[in-house]
Write a protein that binds this ligand. Structure first.
Ligand SMILES: [Zn+2]
Length: 171
């Protein structure tokens, strides 16, 4: 538990109020998420912001105090330093597939193909398809169409449009 409210807010805001590992947002979960120590405190990890990952309850529970037994062992994917796309790809049926050893380990440890996450990915994909369908029927120029599709993708990616109201920094 991070008692420092300003640090907690910083970590939440930096993560756009969504889990760094699986991507579900506070809005999806109906409340604040947790803060994970990427290197667990039990293994010497600090409360430093560089070691903190905003994290949903499930990912935090599954990750627990996992830490590689040696520097040579396969490492867990660190969402703070490495792009999701470098380690995973989402298949058409919503399943996550690993592209690297780190991705495979993370997928297993964090159980990133839990049924609710697969459903979540499919809903986001349908939302994008719906936007595209609406835009195709509206006879826009191709440049305007591309711009609006990109905007829709950004909304789904960032979820800032769904940002909760109680996110003002503590005073
Ligand atoms: Zn998560």
């Amino acid at each position: 538990m991070i008692a420092d409210e300003q640090l907690r807010y910083f970590v939440r805001h930096r993560a756009k109020f969504a889990c760094g590992y699986c991507g579900v947002s506070e809005t999806d979960c109906g409340g604040e998420l947790t803060i994970d120590h990427f290197k667990p405190r039990s293994k010497g990890g600090a409360d430093d912001q560089e070691n903190l990952v905003y994290c949903c309850v499930r990912c935090n529970l599954y990750k627990s105090d996992f830490w590689p037994v040696s520097p040579e062992a396969t490492q867990l994917w660190n969402p703070r330093h490495e792009l999701f796309e470098n380690h995973f790809v989402v298949s058409g049926n919503g399943m996550l597939e690993a592209l690297t050893e780190e991705g495979a380990l993370s997928l297993k440890i964090l159980r990133l193909n839990r049924p609710s996450l697969i459903e979540h990915r499919l809903i986001e994909k349908q939302l994008l398809l719906f936007w595209r369908f609406l835009l195709v029927g509206s006879r826009l120029t191709s440049s305007t169409y591309d711009l609006l599709v990109r905007q829709a993708e950004l909304i789904v990616d960032s979820r800032e449009v769904l940002e909760p109201k109680d996110t003002a920094p503590p005073t």
